[in-house]
Design a protein around this ligand. Structure first.
Ligand SMILES: *Cc1c(COP(=O)(O)O)cnc(C)c1O
Length: 403
């Protein structure tokens, strides 16, 4: 099918929930994707930080093919070999002890909220239920996850929202401390905010948050759906801080492009879920878990992570050069290969300009360009991307720059 036909069918039959670009991607390999007309693009969005191993990584493809021929789905009424293997991989490489599998980031966070409340009832008292989350956070689109997401634009007209959430500005310890009430049971945050504009938690702030949780008996929940699994140059973003959460959520990159989410917890917290308390029909099914085993065993590799950190530093340094060159760039943010450029011009014209030159990037809010390329990119890919961004920026008209 041609792009135009795909768009027409989509407009007729698919709910209009996304502000989609007028393009249809039909094929991918490594860091590149092709549209329906055969145009090739360097992909610095990577399925929104899902395709960390690039598109159609041979090990993931092989694992899916083999598992699809053997056993695609069975119920969690039975033990599932690929699921227990993936759980072992995640536990052995993290500070958490047990895993619950689901199918998306929102669902993982939904599970985290339920687990935190179960823990609170069991250990903290009947009136403990409140979870404090951060402004500019993003936790997903189910009702509880969108309530945890402290961004009014996503909550509009959905009221009544589930009670028990309170919001504070990110990286503001005084505000957090002040917000703790007799009902508070947990603090939930992304160590590096993705959707909210690539905001990195300060090192000292993180130490204070952990200390506060210990003092006040609060659970610390890290949403590493976007920043986890190698994205920042460490397997988990919390490793940059030497601060360990009690609960952590994962999704996006976990199964190399196959849909999957996971909720991890320490033993003491995980035990607050007993048989019948939580479930998912598809959660950790053989096909998803086999893809997950293939993906996580690569993502957790020490040498692989060292390379991600190196490439991230290289990219960041090149972005700083762009900042020195263009006055409309306010700052360079991020860690590893989740990077952003704060800009005072409309990001859409830059995104569109890059697309025309064969580079896919995106813009969060209207004034942060976000770069979340596959972690397998080369320095040459980074050079090519930065050259395209530079060309597009140098071609911005005076009016656009003044916006
Ligand atoms: C994408 C994202 C989610 C939601 O994941 P879905 O799979 O879309 O439900 C949750 N938290 C963070 C940090 C995310 O980036």
């Amino acid at each position: 099918m041609k792009t135009q036909e795909i768009i027409e069918l989509g407009q007729k039959y698919v709910m209009n929930t996304y502000g989609r670009l007028p393009m249809a991607l039909v094929k991918g390999e490594g860091a590149f994707v092709w549209d329906a007309e055969g145009n090739k693009y360097l992909d610095f969005v990577a399925g929104l930080a899902v395709n960390s191993l690039g598109h159609c990584h041979p090990k993931v493809v092989e694992a899916i093919r083999e598992q699809a021929e053997t056993l695609m789905h069975v119920s969690n009424l039975y033990w599932i070999e690929p699921q227990v293997k993936l759980a072992k991989l995640l536990v052995e490489n993290s500070a958490l002890d047990k895993v619950f599998f689901c199918n998306s980031g929102a669902e993982a966070n939904e599970g985290a909220i339920k687990l935190a409340r179960k823990y609170a009832k069991k250990y903290l008292g009947p009136d403990k239920y409140e979870i404090i989350t951060m402004e500019k956070s993003f936790h997903g689109r189910t009702l509880a996850a969108i309530t945890a997401t402290a961004q009014p634009k996503y909550q509009k007209d959905l009221d009544p929202l589930p009670p028990g959430f309170k919001y504070v500005p990110f990286n503001d310890f005084a505000a957090l401390e002040k917000a703790i009430s007799p009902n508070t049971c947990a603090i939930m945050m992304e160590p590096v905010q993705g959707e909210g504009g690539v905001n990195v938690a300060d090192y000292d702030y993180m130490q204070q948050v952990k200390q506060l949780c210990l003092e006040k008996n609060l659970l610390l929940i890290f949403d590493e759906v976007q920043c986890g699994l190698g994205r920042t140059g460490k397997l988990f973003a919390y490793e940059h801080y030497n601060v360990e959460p009690n609960i952590m959520t994962l999704a996006k990159a976990i199964a190399g492009g196959f849909p999957m989410g996971a909720l991890l917890a320490t033993d003491k917290v995980a035990e607050c879920f007993q048989p019948g308390d939580h479930a998912s029909t598809f959660g950790g099914n053989p096909l998803a878990a086999a893809a997950g085993c293939a993906a996580v065993s690569i993502l957790a590799d020490k040498d692989f992570l060292v390379e991600v950190a190196e490439k991230g530093a290289y990219f960041e340094q090149k972005l700083h050069r762009l900042k020195d060159k263009y006055s409309f760039i306010t700052d360079v943010r991020g860690k590893g290969l989740i990077l952003g450029l704060g800009i005072t011009v409309d990001g859409k014209s830059i995104v569109d300009g890059c697309l025309q030159k064969g580079l896919i990037i995106n813009c969060v809010g209207s004034n942060v360009l976000r770069f979340i390329p596959p972690l397998i990119i080369t320095k040459q890919n980074i050079d090519d991307a930065v050259n395209i961004i530079d060309e597009v920026m140098s071609g911005l008209s005076f009016n656009e720059v003044e916006l």
